[in-house]
Design a protein around this ligand. Structure first.
Ligand code: FAD
Length: 481
């Protein structure tokens, strides 16, 4: 008897409950499987950079499994093709079918449809499956209002979410996903025990080959930024480091020139670490930090209950706003040459590092929508292409919040002034100067002044007048009401 664990976005061993269940049912005889469908390369929001980070994470996981007697096979096929093929071969072989396939649950519309398909395939082979909650502390169907509806306002959602996390159920979950200190230390020292009792190498004569290296070498050509270290151990170390500065989080989290946030989002995206492990380590003292973790879960809840938000506005009155969609303005926003220093700094941080500070994400998003009058979906799509932490639910939620079209959004008449935002959150223009070096020698006062004569060769004048565009944005929204 043996099992297969189908990895998706739970790329770790520590505190992976569905993997652990499978492992315990088969006394360690569990094989890891990851299926990548090359069709994904054709998606408009596909990102070679993010894929490179993902592949790095897979590589770390494979090595971690191999060091412990196990294995991870990465196949070049959609799960709906890979499973029938693999199961047919195993069925015909001496090894026979696995008795169980396990995975961690996911909540995106695409993932829900795919998982249903795989359940049907497994059923047709009479192979059992077992799933567990994984990257959310509370699943979307668990945090509901008294009348059974889902929360459309964040504050009451948070209240209920937080109470559930502190209650026995939440604490049990946190305990179950806890990373054992001993495991992390053994991993650091390269002194791991053989916890897995089988590997794909034991399954001789099967035709499927590991394609990880193939993907790595094919994808490398299109990568445009330096890809950070990936995997559980890197995420674990970053978490330990953040633990020492979480006390400063509330004071520093809005200041993009400081390293005031955790920068754990990219590890959460692939499941190198999950929220419960983060909270277990940093604790609940900083309420603002806990609230940010809950925002992520709130947006997953919205996507679960209203999957249509993937394509259109949450608020029906804003589905048909007549955006102006000037392609050349969009291009300048993408490149970071709008002449609004804080916007350009943010876009250049995104383009060169694959990450952007949350405060600046809000500023550039608001600017695209309410100053350039461009459809928020253009920006959402560009973020997905560029962000290493690009994740449908928080990305869509963040964009719809900034565009005032979403669930519990920024009201449409409250429009960020990019000049004032910059002066408030980057007073000495340190962040701006880091990413827009053309402005390095100018005093902050001049950088933050809308009408200043900057006279910097190669740095553009502001692409629009904020006050004029604000009036136009208000009209667009009012017309749509
Ligand atoms: P921290 O401040 O350390 O926060 C801890 C964790 O809480 C984060 O890792 C993240 O999981 C969660 N979190 C923090 N802020 C938010 C938020 N506003 N909404 C939801 N979750 C939050 N986050 C993504 O993970 N992927 C995205 O694609 C994404 N796109 C965004 C697009 C826009 C327009 C906006 C305004 C926000 C977006 N966010 C996205 C949310 C947020 O900007 C990032 O999660 C955060 O900047 C990640 O940095 P951090 O790990 O240092 O966050």
């Amino acid at each position: 008897r043996y099992g297969i664990h189908w990895f998706r976005r739970d790329l770790r061993i520590a505190g992976n409950e569905s993997l652990r269940y499978n492992w315990s049912q088969h006394a360690g005889r569990v094989l890891g499987l990851f299926c990548f469908d090359s069709e994904f390369l054709k998606r408009a929001d596909f990102s070679h950079n993010r894929f490179a980070f993902f592949l790095k994470t897979l590589r770390q996981l494979q090595s971690e499994m191999r060091q412990q007697g196990g294995d991870l096979l990465v196949v070049d096929a959609a799960p709906s093709k890979a499973f029938p093929q693999i199961l047919n071969e195993l069925k015909r072989s001496d090894y026979g079918l696995p008795s169980l396939v396990s995975w961690g649950r996911d909540y995106e519309p695409f993932a829900r449809a795919r998982d249903q398909q795989i359940e049907n395939i497994l059923q047709s082979f009479q192979v059992n499956h077992h799933t567990e909650r994984d990257h959310l502390l509370m699943e979307p169907h668990e945090i509901l209002k008294d009348d059974g509806g889902f929360y459309q306002v964040y504050s009451p959602y948070f209240k209920r979410w937080y109470a559930s996390v502190l209650a026995e159920k939440g604490q049990r979950r946190i305990q179950a996903q806890k990373v054992s200190e001993g495991y992390a230390q053994r991993l650091i020292q390269g002194d791991l025990k053989n916890i897995f009792q089988t590997s794909w190498k034991d399954f001789k004569g099967l035709s499927f080959l590991d394609q990880l290296e193939h993907f790595e070498s094919e994808n490398k050509k299109s990568v445009t930024i330096a890809i950070p270290e990936a995997g559980f151990l890197t995420a674990y170390r970053r978490l330990q480091e953040f633990k020492n500065r979480v006390g400063d989080y509330t004071a520093q989290r809005d200041l993009p020139f400081l390293d005031g946030t955790s920068q754990l989002s990219l590890y959460q995206k692939n499941g190198s670490l999950v929220s419960s492990q983060i909270l277990q380590t940093v604790g609940f003292r900083d309420q603002q930090f806990v609230k940010e973790i809950a925002w992520r879960e709130f947006y997953y809840s919205i996507l679960w209950h209203r999957p249509d938000v993937e394509a259109s506005a949450f608020l029906p009155q804003y589905k048909n706003i007549k955006w102006q969609n000037d392609a050349s303005w969009f291009q300048r926003w993408c490149e970071g040459t709008t002449g609004f220093p804080i916007v350009d700094a943010g876009m250049r941080q995104l383009n060169t590092t694959g990450w952007m500070h949350n405060r600046v994400r809000m500023i550039v998003a608001s600017f695209l929508v309410k100053d350039l009058l461009i459809d928020w979906r253009w920006g959402e799509n560009y973020f997905m292409k560029m962000l290493l932490d690009g994740d449908l639910a928080p990305n869509n939620g963040g964009w719809q919040w900034a565009a005032s079209t979403g669930c519990d959004p920024q009201p449409y008449f409250r429009i960020f002034n990019p000049w004032l935002q910059a002066a408030k959150f980057d007073p000495d223009a340190e962040y701006i100067k880091q990413y827009v070096p053309e402005l390095r020698d100018l005093p902050a006062k001049i950088i933050h002044a809308p009408d200043a004569e900057r006279g910097i060769a190669g740095y553009p004048e502001p692409i629009v007048d904020h006050a004029v565009q604000k009036t136009k944005a208000l009209q667009l929204f009012a017309l749509s009401e």
